[in-house]
Structure formats: C-alpha cells, structure tokens
Ligand binder design. Structure first.
Ligand code: NAD
Ligand code: ZN
Ligand code: ZN
Length: 380
C-alpha cells in the first residue's frame, strides 16, 4: 500500500510499504477515506520528537471497515467509522473511568500510558496517512458513522481536533455565559472556539498572528486578537473591563513563539494566567513534552517550563492538561454534526490526494497563507 513515512526533519515521502493487516483477534482493518494533517504531526516533521525514521504518520483517520478479526463482534465490514487518535483497551482502570488517552495496557514503553497511531513515543502503531490502517481493540475504539459520504469533512474532525477543542473548554471548566480566551487559531484553537460557542459562551477571544486563521475565527463569531498589533493580554483585559476572561484554552503548545518567531515555551501559559480572571480555569491541550533537546533554554530541554506559577496560585486558578480522551466526546459531537448544530469543517482549506501530502506538510508547516487544515483522500 502507499503510505506517508517520516525520513528525517522536514523530509517525509510517499512510499510503497507492506499492507496493514489483521494481527490480533480484536483488530479491524480500515480502508482510509479521509486522513488529516495535524499540528501534532508538525512537532515530528520539524524533528522536535524522537519519532523513528520510517514511521507511517497520521492519527486523524476515518474510513470503511474492510475486514475484522475473529474477536470483533460489534463492528462489521462495510461500516463507515471514525477512528479516535487514542488507542484504548477499554478495560483498564483509566479506560473504564473515561481517560482513554492514558490507557494502561496499549503502550509497551515502560512509564508511558496511552497510545496513538503514527506518533512519537505513543507505541508501535502505524499511522493512517496510508491506504489501510490496522485498528486494535476495534469494538472499543471505532465510532460508527451514518453510511454514505455525507458530512465527510465534518466527521473527519471527530478523530482528534473537534473533541480536543471541546476537551480544552471542558478542562477550563467553561460554563454557559462565560467569556473564553483561546490562544492559538490553528485547527485546535478554532475547534476550541467552535466548542466554546456550542457550550454557550457569551464571548470568545481567539489569539494568533496569522491573519487568515484569525479571519476564520471571526467568521464563526469570535473576537480575533492579533498579537502583532499589541499585547494580547492587554487587549483581552481591556475588552473585559479589566477583569479578564472567565476561562481560557491553550491551543499552541511548547513551540509557542513571539512575533519574531523566537520560541518561548512559557509565553502562552504566562499570557493565560494574566488574561483569565481570578479563580478561572485554564485548559491546556497544546502539547508540552518531557524532553525537548532543541529547546532554547536548559530547563525546557527537560520539560521544565518556567511559567508564572506564583500569579497562577495567587489568582486561585485551576489548570487541566493532557491529550484528549476522544471516546468521551466523539459520539455526542457526531450527533451535533448530524443534527446540523456543529459544522467543524469550516476550517478545511485543502482536500488532496495522498501523493500531494509531502508538499502539503511543507505549506502547513510554514503556516503559509490559506493552509489551515489539510484533508488527504488516499483512495483518490
Ligand atoms: N491534547 C491533545 O489531545 C491534542 C490533540 C491535537 C493537537 N494538539 C496540540 O495542539 C497544538 C495546536 O495544534 P494545531 O493543529 O492547531 O497546530 P498549529 O501549530 O497549526 O497551530 C498553532 C497556532 O498557534 C499560533 N501561535 C504560536 N505562538 C503563539 C502565541 N504566542 N500566541 C498565540 N498563538 C500562537 C500559531 O501561529 C498557530 O496558528 C499543538 O501543540 C498540537 O500538538 C493536542
Ligand atoms: Zn491531531
Ligand atoms: Zn485501557
């Protein structure tokens, strides 16, 4: 089959690799109809992870079940399914309490809970930027979708970024009527803004420097905050009568940078502590890592990100963190799409064949204008 593989920093290519196949009785084989490029893939693309050469990337997958192992009873060949980026066993302590992003059984690496497709440190699982994908524990993991092709570009957001954006607002403790400050207008930030609206926010601020992304935020009714036009904290404080937003979402991650492009891993956390009111919640879904050899300062090389904890404590704020447990939300979000109340496809900028993926990585990585979210269709 054809698949996108990681070769070296800034170097991915389409290769012919052995077909994915059923390996365990609980596996399903999914023929991929749509798979997306994610901001998380860029951490690997830029050489900022320990991902191994030859890894097939791709954790935002959906498609049609082609074959099932003998232990699979719920899912059937022919079913149209969304594949959560987390791989979960469904029976361990964390899975049973809804924290499938921290499944205790699926990642063989000592000390690492949780696994994902095509991702650094997340287990030996191939990604889905390919024609076929092996899905372990298929009855647990696969979400059924209505047959046909309707809502394909909405449903493709169910594997990661729509639940992740929603999770950011959940970790922030958002209540109806709250004002919400979202940092990052990438795909995840835009999904957090969409989620905040669906949850009844009175006002949503979205901070970034990319004009095209800020325009998308504005198109769904959010207030764009361009951090090249002045301190984003001051802009939010001014707009909230000096109190700050009721809660905030971090959708940037450890490669947060200033307007010159210089990285400061603590920058967005500091901004959120200042821009969110006393006792407000902060949901951090942007990724931070325990080891980052390329980080600008010695502490951050070992995951020690020195944000303003003193002010955070003094303001009595709360913070929630981590990978999104997609299974907790994807069924409800699917039904919001079917009901016509959610339209996460609003951010899609490109739909391409798999062969065009290396070029798409290049553009998306540079945040070239108009490259907001790339959908790949391996079958085409
Ligand atoms: N927790 C999860 O489950 C989960 C899932 C998916 C993605 N992620 C992570 O979410 C983050 C965002 O992903 P994405 O797909 O939206 O990627 P992205 O990299 O395209 O978006 C990040 C955006 O942040 C902006 N930004 C950079 N510095 C900033 C600053 N100082 N203030 C405000 N905005 C700033 C960039 O201009 C960019 O538009 C990444 O770290 C990704 O790994 C986490
Ligand atoms: Zn993703
Ligand atoms: Zn588990």
């Amino acid at each position: 089959m054809k698949a996108l593989v990681y070769n070296a920093p800034y170097d991915v290519s389409i290769e012919n690799v052995p077909d994915a196949r059923i390996e365990q009785p609980n596996d399903a084989l999914v023929q991929i109809t749509t798979t997306n490029i994610c901001g998380s893939d860029l951490h690997m693309y830029e050489g900022r992870t320990a991902v191994e050469r030859g890894k097939i990337l791709g954790h935002e997958n959906m498609g049609i079940v082609e074959e099932t192992g003998p232990g699979v009873t719920r899912v059937q060949p022919g079913d149209r399914v969304s594949v959560p980026f987390n791989i979960a066993c469904g029976t361990c302590r964390n899975c049973l309490s809804g924290w499938t992003a921290f499944c205790l059984r699926v990642n063989p690496v000592e000390g690492m809970d949780g696994a994902a497709y095509g991702y650094a440190n997340m287990g030996p699982y191939d990604g889905g930027q390919a024609e076929l994908l092996r899905v372990p524990h298929a009855d647990v993991n696969l979400l059924e979708l209505p047959p046909g092709t309707e809502h394909e570009s909405d449903f493709t957001m169910l594997s990661d970024i729509f639940p992740t954006g929603w999770h950011g607002t959940e970790l922030a403790g958002q209540q109806a009527g709250d004002s919400v400050a979202v940092f990052g207008a990438g795909p995840v930030g835009l999904m957090a803004a969409h989620s905040a609206m669906l949850r009844g926010a009175s006002r949503v601020f979205v901070v970034d420097k990319e004009a095209d992304r800020l325009a998308l935020a504005e198109s769904i009714g959010a207030t764009p905050v361009d951090f090249t036009q002045g301190d984003p904290v001051e802009q939010i404080l001014e707009a909230t009568g000096g109190r700050g937003a009721d809660c905030g979402v971090e959708a940037v991650g450890y490669q947060a940078h200033d307007q010159s492009g210089q990285e400061h891993p603590e920058l967005v956390l500091d901004n959120l502590v200042k821009a969110v009111r006393t006792t407000g919640g902060i949901g951090v879904v942007g990724v931070y890592v325990p080891e980052d050899p390329e980080a600008a300062d010695e502490g951050a090389r070992h995951g020690r990100v020195a944000f303003d904890y003193g002010t955070f404590f003094t303001k009595g704020q709360r913070m929630g963190t981590g990978q999104c447990p997609v299974l907790r939300y994807n069924r409800g979000l699917r039904d919001l799409v079917i009901a016509g109340r959610a339209r996460p496809s609003f951010l899609v900028s490109h739909e391409l064949g798999l062969d065009e993926a290396p070029d798409a990585y290049r553009h998306f990585d540079k945040r070239d204008e108009g490259w907001t979210k790339v959908l790949l269709h391996p079958g085409q």
